[in-house]
Write a protein that binds this ligand. Structure first.
Ligand code: G2I
Length: 563
């Protein structure tokens, strides 16, 4: 943030006319037009050296022709959505049932597809007979299960990889206190990988989780675990990023960077369960945002050599886990419930087709941003969305501060809104946005909006505090970092940050500061090792919050004082 500077060019359109607004709407409602409608996704993916996959459910696979046709024709990789899980394969001890798993394997072989096995060791969908075993028997049941299930397909060339352990972390990065952990301790993870290697020496062995797409407490814990397991020669070959995204929670803009840091550990990375849900009902604008999310995930994988490919968690909105788990949300996949392609299909298609080479057409000009929620250090902006017709698709927006000849890039957003943080207190900002497409073309700038941050600092200050939402889920989120900066000319000896939690939100943990609450007001005080701040120096702390299911609010009003 606040680092890159760019020269601005192009004409400035200061207002969004009604005619322009109508044109935007018309483009949104136009049917999706793929760059090369005839070639299926798998053909483009293969040409890029990647897989494009789908999770398949055995019911529609045997009952629905359209499902089978798309599964075979569009995808060169498949994952069993449920058929290889423990409750399906070993419902009672030693009694194995491979009917569903074999159906998936046979389909893959008939259609020249690779299979990712999902999943050997998980806390969910595991029968109670496993959960109630004492330690020695539980470890032996795990070994026998891995040996039998992974062993069954070890000589089958279609089976290329396994999720050995799934979802072993809590949101704050500690190990999940599942029955596995509670009975066996952390060692069950290394044991599972060793048993899997013994059962299938050729399969890539993966650890898989959700809410690890961006750089956050959970993904960093996963990073540290993978690094330490590999240092101990535990056979971890691959990391799966589930990527169950939701347009109302924002896109993890550091996805590519996060994939790359894992790749740099020497493991393969893969997007294992991609879907992008929305609050129902669907509309053209939500579909367009969803398409941008899909495009950006595919592009992130394309940009990282060690990323093997992208698996979408289903084919059609007719069969998706989302509405059952998140009431009121849905439409998360790339085909609608009638097997028609959605803009998300076009986005995946065009990203894989690499249609960026000859796209020189920039997106349309975004609407004038509207500013709200302005504090001493942050401001929320939203604007009318752009569209892109050049083939590479809309990738997102750059937000700039108008500063004469050389403007400052304040931030980037995948969607037509963002919250700027790290602003200077008591300062006027003139801000505009430019849309960006997949080929890097920038639209002409929007008109500017002007706002002024409020006075910051406090007794003994001055300092500023800005909080960044690192990850959020249906009923909670992590704010990390809250950056505390000494904006004065003298060294600070201790600092105090206050902020407000929305009604119904409660603190669930914190680090690198001492937090106390009074009603919804939280006071965070520096600890022994981060209270001394030289002029311009910054430090940070973080915290986690529980909130009511479905509530999407986040804290506000960060202020800093010293001491
Ligand atoms: O929850 C979404 C995914 C998160 N990562 C791991 C994945 O394995 C998980 O997949 C979902 C399936 O998409 C659902 O289809 O896992 C769920 C179970 O935790 C699956 O739901 C289950 C239902 O809960 C059961 O009632 C049902 O019998 O599907 C079963 C088979 O239809």
């Amino acid at each position: 943030m606040l680092s890159t500077t760019l020269n601005r060019s192009g004409a400035r359109i200061r207002t969004l006319t009604a005619a322009a607004a109508l044109a935007l709407l018309t483009v949104f409602l136009a049917p999706a037009a793929p760059a090369d409608a005839s070639a299926p996704l798998r053909q483009h993916a293969a040409a890029r050296g990647k897989f494009i996959g789908a999770a398949l459910a055995t019911g529609p696979l045997s009952n629905e022709t359209q499902y089978r046709t798309l599964a075979a024709g569009e995808f060169n990789q498949i994952t069993a959505e449920n058929a290889m899980k423990w409750d399906a394969t070993e419902p009672s001890q030693g009694q194995f049932n491979f009917s569903g798993a074999d159906a998936i394997m046979n389909f893959a072989q008939q259609n020249d597809q690779q299979v990712h096995g999902h999943t050997l060791v998980w806390h969910s969908q595991t029968p109670t007979w496993v959960q109630n075993l004492p330690a020695t028997a539980m470890r032996e049941a795990m070994r026998n299960h891995i040996d039998t299930v992974a062993g069954r397909y070890a000589d089958n060339p279609a089976l290329v990889s396994w999720d050995v352990v799934n979802e072993v972390f809590e949101e704050n990065g500690s190990l999940r206190t599942s029955f596995w952990y509670n009975t066996l301790g952390q060692s069950y993870i290394a044991d599972a990988f060793r048993y899997a290697r013994a059962a299938d020496p050729d399969a890539r062995l993966c650890i898989n989780d959700y809410n690890v797409e961006g750089i956050n407490a959970k993904s960093t814990a996963m990073y540290n675990l993978v690094r330490s397991l590999r240092q101990q020669n535990v056979p971890v070959d691959c990391v799966g990023f589930q990527s169950h995204l939701a347009i109302q929670y924002g896109f993890p803009n550091d996805l590519q960077q996060n994939l790359q840091r894992f790749a740099d550990l020497g493991v393969q990375v893969r997007i294992t369960e991609l879907d992008v849900r929305m609050q129902m009902p669907r509309d053209a604008s939500k579909d367009a945002t969803q398409a941008t999310y899909y495009r950006n995930v595919v592009n992130a994988c394309l940009a990282v050599t060690a990323c093997a490919g992208v698996t979408i968690w289903g084919i059609t909105d007719r069969h998706s886990w989302v509405p059952d788990t998140f009431p009121g949300e849905g439409a998360a996949l790339i085909y609608n419930e009638n097997y028609q392609t959605k803009p998300a299909y076009t986005a995946v298609h065009d990203a894989l087709a690499g249609g960026t080479g000859n796209d020189t057409t920039p997106p349309t000009t975004p609407g004038t941003p509207a500013a709200s929620g302005v504090t001493s250090s942050s401001a929320s902006l939203s604007w009318a969305a752009s569209t892109d017709s050049g083939g590479s698709g809309l990738a997102g927006y750059n937000v700039y501060r108008e500063q004469g000849a050389t403007d400052t890039l304040l931030g980037q957003s995948a969607t037509n809104s963002t919250t700027l943080t790290g602003l200077t207190a008591d300062t006027e900002y003139q801000v505009y946005v430019r849309a960006r497409d997949g080929a890097g073309n920038l639209s002409t700038p929007s008109a500017t909006v002007t706002f002024e941050t409020s006075a910051g600092g406090g007794p003994g200050g001055p300092c500023t505090a800005t909080g960044t939402i690192q990850t959020q889920w249906n009923n909670g989120y992590v704010v990390q970092p809250v950056t505390v900066t000494n904006t004065g000319s003298a060294t600070l000896n201790g600092w105090t940050v206050t902020f407000t939690l929305p009604a119904g939100h409660t603190l669930a943990g914190s680090w690198n500061a001492t937090l106390t609450t009074s009603g919804q007001t939280v006071t965070a005080k520096s600890v022994s090792y981060n209270g001394t701040l030289a002029p311009n120096a910054a430090t940070s702390f973080g915290f986690q919050v529980n909130r009511p299911s479905g509530n999407t609010q986040t804290p506000s009003g960060y202020t800093c004082a010293s001491p």
